[in-house]
Design a protein around this ligand. Structure first.
Ligand code: GAR
Length: 204
């Protein structure tokens, strides 16, 4: 009898708060050939996140740990850390996760945390990036995948994609144009990270 030894796959978890289209792209990519990772679960702080239904449909285990008046962010983080440890998660991907993780969470988690942010960092950190970019006199917008560190939207940049801002663009139009590019960028960066490839992706 021959025993086939398959390469071990990096264990990945995804945190979401909403629609979960980046999450969906990551899960679909993980189902394709030559993927050196496995998505162990998707977790949301928001019980109404559409992404949770999508993840279930795609056959991924889901968790909802609400952050509300009975459950502080501190309680949420403790529950998440415990789960990450139990499931031996090596890579945590924030995909439209809209809470700011504490310094203590980031320092206590021993794996890598990635985030996708809808701007060309270090420009326009924080929220409402599509509206804010239109208020500036610049013609280019984009998204960044970076390593999460205690300082908001400031960790090492692993990939960026850009789009041109047209005269009649609105925040909604920009978000729509960018999201497909976000999916391509995030899946490529994750592939690099789980293979230990340090190349920084720059796309237009
Ligand atoms: C994406 O545009 C992502 O870049 C952004 O939220 C959206 C989530 O969409 N993330 C942030 O603003 C994080 N600060 P999705 O749920 O469809 O992936």
């Amino acid at each position: 009898m021959t025993i086939e030894i398959k390469p071990l796959k990096k264990k990945i978890a995804i945190l979401i708060s909403g629609t979960g289209t980046n999450m969906e792209a990551i899960i679909k990519d993980s189902n394709t050939n030559n993927y050196s990772g496995i998505i162990k679960f998707v977790l949301s702080n928001n019980p109404d996140a559409l992404g949770i239904i999508k993840a279930k449909t795609l056959g991924i285990k889901t968790f909802v740990f609400p952050v509300d008046k009975n459950n502080s962010l501190e309680i949420f983080e403790k529950r998440v850390l415990k789960l990450l440890k139990k499931e031996k998660i090596e890579l945590l991907c924030l995909a439209g996760f809209m809470k700011i993780l504490s310094k203590s969470f980031i320092q206590n988690y021993k794996g890598i945390i990635l985030n996708i942010h809808p701007s060309i960092l270090p420009s326009i950190k924080g929220l409402n990036t599509h509206k804010r970019v239109l208020e500036k006199d610049i013609k280019i917008h984009g998204a960044t995948v970076h390593i999460v560190t205690p300082e908001l939207d400031s960790g090492k940049i692993l990939g960026q994609v850009t789009i041109n801002i047209l005269k009649n663009d609105t925040p909604k139009k920009l978000a729509k144009k960018l999201i497909k590019k976000e999916h391509q960028l995030y899946t490529k960066v994750i592939r690099n990270v789980i293979k230990g490839n340090n190349t920084i992706i720059q796309e237009n």
